[in-house]
Write a protein that binds this ligand. Structure first.
Ligand SMILES: Nc1nc2c(ncn2[C@@H]2O[C@H](COP(=O)(O)OP(=O)(O)O)[C@@H](O)[C@H]2O)c(=O)[nH]1
Ligand SMILES: [Mg+2]
Length: 331
């Protein structure tokens, strides 16, 4: 969890939820990361909630600052212009450090080096369903590298040149494109990388269960480096969610991506609530309201995800029919 000291109570909400629904049976360690040293109070207020070991990490300055190749003045100007257009977090420098950190640096933190998988947890989130299997074992045994719960559209004004930058990169490095890729999740009409444009779909990265080796791979680190040098983390406001999602959609086998359909989850303002009722609600497993399931919302990208999976033909209002491929997986 990346978190500020001031968010301690929102952090506690999320920790309690992950512990109650999952970790009380598994006791996985928690790692808290912050660009400032954690306060004694933050540590006192969180240590007692976790059932595994807790580690508190201060992020090195060089992973949370503007690199030399970014011009401060230009960055300031661009931020002011985006703020004037009321673009979400358009004027925030710290938000940009956060997005760049999740895109390029969290997985390099020394305290994470000994781990193979992580679950990203954000403050003020809720889990609504018991998760009674080991999600990390699930990832390993099923050869999954990236797991998500909610997908949706990005604000185009935050990533104006991201797609162009990435397609320049794939032209220079065509070998990063996997032959069984998930491009149809991010590009409509079967157009592929060369002819397509980005449809703004991405996995919502405030929840991620993924392989750390996915990001530690030279293939990703070179990709990140290219994006970083093109300065869009500061001159635009590239989010870690589209950066992760586009890489995953291009460079992974689509079967290495997993939709954690069974995880009821909320991060303001959206909820994923598994359906149908008889499987998830009438047996006491979940307590969210299925009618608030974001997957039913036209702004959700589950339709594009299902299309990419070759599951066309299901009306979007019934996205979550009984045909979901991951139902019945180990519990
Ligand atoms: N330590 C620290 N954490 C931050 C900062 N900005 C954002 N975060 C964390 O980064 C994550 C995303 O930030 P959040 O404010 O939730 O953004 P949103 O979910 O996109 O609205 C959360 O885990 C925050 O606690 C910051 O300046 N310092
Ligand atoms: Mg958040």
């Amino acid at each position: 969890m990346l978190v500020r000291n001031s968010e301690v109570h929102n952090a506690r909400t999320s920790i309690r939820s992950v512990e109650d629904r999952f970790n009380r049976n598994f006791h996985y360690p928690w790692l808290f990361m912050n660009d400032r040293p954690f306060s004694a109070d933050f540590i006192r207020m969180t240590k007692g909630l976790v059932s595994g070991e807790a580690t508190y990490v201060t992020i090195p300055r060089e992973n949370w600052s503007m690199p030399d190749f970014v011009d401060r003045q230009t960055a300031r100007q661009k931020m002011r212009a985006m703020a004037a257009k009321n673009i979400l977090y358009g004027g925030s420098e710290s938000y940009r450090h956060m997005c760049r950190f999740f895109s390029g640096f969290f997985f390099r933190q020394e305290a994470l080096l000994k781990y193979d998988y992580y679950w990203r947890v954000e403050p003020d989130t809720q889990l609504y369903c018991d998760i009674d299997y080991d999600v990390f074992t699930f990832m390993r045994e099923n050869k999954k590298k990236y797991g998500f719960v909610i997908s949706l559209r990005e604000f185009a004004s935050t990533v104006e040149t991201l797609w162009g930058t990435i397609t320049n990169y794939t032209q220079i490095n065509p070998s990063i494109v996997h032959k069984n890729n998930a491009i149809d999740f991010v590009v409509d009409d079967n157009k592929g990388i060369e002819n397509g444009t980005y449809n703004m779909c991405h996995f919502w990265s405030n929840f991620e269960i993924a392989s750390l080796d996915l990001w530690r791979d030279k293939s990703y680190m070179d990709f990140f480096d290219y994006l970083d040098k093109s300065r869009g983390f500061f001159y635009e406001r590239w989010g870690d969610a589209p950066v992760h999602s586009l890489y995953v959609s291009i460079a992974l086998d689509k079967d290495e991506i997993h939709w954690f359909y069974d995880v009821g989850y909320r991060h303001h303002p959206f909820t994923h609530c598994p359906e149908p009722r008889k499987d998830f609600h009438e047996n006491g497993k979940c307590y969210c309201n299925p009618t608030q399931n974001f997957d039913r919302n036209p702004y959700s990208c589950m339709r594009q995800y299902r299309r990419m999976r070759g599951e066309q033909g299901v009306p979007s209002s019934l996205v979550l029919s009984n045909h979901h491929p991951d139902r019945g997986k180990p519990t």
